[in-house]
Design a protein around this ligand. Structure first.
Ligand code: NIG
Ligand code: FE
Length: 390
């Protein structure tokens, strides 16, 4: 195994308060040693141990690879026309999902796999080294399970979202669709997935249906995460907390009781998806309110062809700072360690001994530039599992 000393780092975000200043564990004039697939050492350059090779960061800032804990990358087609219409004033609704379901069912396994590979690579170039993705555009046992089979070959964070909307064939009998999702479809999908998700929303699944779907998934060994309170107030967030979900995602319309529930929960992260409000011209979630209540907040892209067609975590960081009341430090933490918490991972989201060697260098002297210089391609180098990407 070859070790690499990355030195000349102006500011290093470790996310380990034991290694540096504040919650980001910031180290100035820092160095990192990567050994094989893991971080062997991180700290002040003056104390760095020797390594086989040396990479001079030339004064760039470094941070852990982004952890994008929410995306929908198993799809065919796109929804350019819907986006155009929305930007001319038409509102977003869950109904657009049906357009992508039709296109996804037409796509071959190879097309789905190529599409997924393309978006994972696109995200990686922007510093994302861990990415969750979901099914939800197939809505039959065969279609959902083949999508998850494709996903499991490319990422280890795979989520079963058979309950995205009621499949068009079941429009007149949603109860029968819930039976399918909790029965044969779950059986076909569970072997490929780690998580079970449901879109708990008017026009998708109500609280009782969502509970049935999540608990059925739990009985098959999957851990819940929930699309909650995106378009309206509703039971999603409190259900997520009650069932011990890893994450309640969106959290745009929250009552005080929802915020309290998240604040008191032991392990349910609030995952905010600024790309979604950006692309649907909706009101942003209030990250400040959540942070002030002690809630653990993650940021994620929600990359999908309908509500948020961005794979860029730097973009999400910038929007969260500008529009959602987060400080740059809070947003960078939420996009790295926050995402890791939302995926219940301790091996990613930080640059500390033993962590996976996922490291990003920015063409900037500080991580704050991710928000300060919006839209500028600052990601300069990415190490993923110890390998430096081209
Ligand atoms: O997270 N809210 C539900 N699902 C996606 C949107 C999917 C779509 O519009 O295709 C979301 O925003
Ligand atoms: Fe989503």
């Amino acid at each position: 195994m070859t070790s690499t000393l990355v030195t000349g780092i102006s500011t290093l975000v470790t996310n380990d308060p034991a290694l540096g200043e504040g919650p980001l564990g910031l180290v100035r004039d820092a160095a990192v040693v990567l050994d094989g697939e893991h971080v062997a050492w991180a700290g002040p350059a003056s104390a760095a141990p020797a390594a086989d090779r040396r990479h001079d960061a030339q004064g760039r800032a470094a941070l852990p690879g982004f952890v994008d804990s929410h995306s929908h990358l198993l799809f065919g087609g796109d929804r350019t026309e819907e986006f155009n219409a929305r930007m001319s004033g038409r509102p977003y609704s869950a109904g657009g999902i049906r357009t992508t379901v039709a296109a996804t069912r037409e796509a071959s396994d190879e097309e789905l796999a190529e599409n997924l590979a393309r978006y994972l690579a696109e995200a990686r170039r922007q510093g994302t080294t861990t990415m969750e993705t979901k099914s939800g555009y197939g809505l039959t046992p065969e279609q959902e399970s083949r999508a998850l089979r494709v996903a499991a070959r490319q990422t280890d964070e795979v989520t079963y979202l058979g309950a995205h909307i009621v499949a068009p064939e079941y429009a007149d009998d949603p109860a029968a669709y819930v039976d399918l999702v909790t029965g044969p479809m779950l059986d076909a999908c569970a072997p490929y997935a780690r998580w079970v998700d449901v879109f708990c929303e008017k026009g998708a699944f109500d609280g009782d249906q969502a509970r049935a779907i999540l608990t059925a998934g739990q009985a098959k060994g999957l851990t819940p995460r929930v699309h909650a309170n995106q378009l309206s107030y509703g039971p999603g967030v409190q259900l997520a907390v009650e069932l011990g979900a890893a994450s309640a995602d969106h959290c745009t319309h929250l009552s005080d009781a929802d915020v309290d529930a998240l604040g008191q929960s032991a392990g349910t992260v609030a995952t905010l998806l600024p790309g979604c409000e950006f692309s649907t011209r909706a009101e942003y979630p209030d990250a400040r309110r959540l942070l002030d209540a002690g809630v653990t907040v993650a940021l994620s892209t929600d990359c999908n062809p309908g509500s948020s067609f961005t794979s860029s975590m730097p973009f999400c960081v910038a929007v969260a700072v500008r529009e959602m009341g987060m400080t740059p430090d809070e947003a960078v933490w939420a996009a790295t360690e926050g995402g890791a918490r939302a995926l219940r991972r301790t091996d990613v989201g930080r640059v500390a001994p033993g962590a996976r060697a996922d490291l990003v260098l920015l063409d900037a002297p500080s991580h704050v530039h991710l928000a300060y210089r919006p839209g500028v391609p600052l990601v300069s180098r990415v190490w993923h599992r110890g390998a430096l990407l081209d």
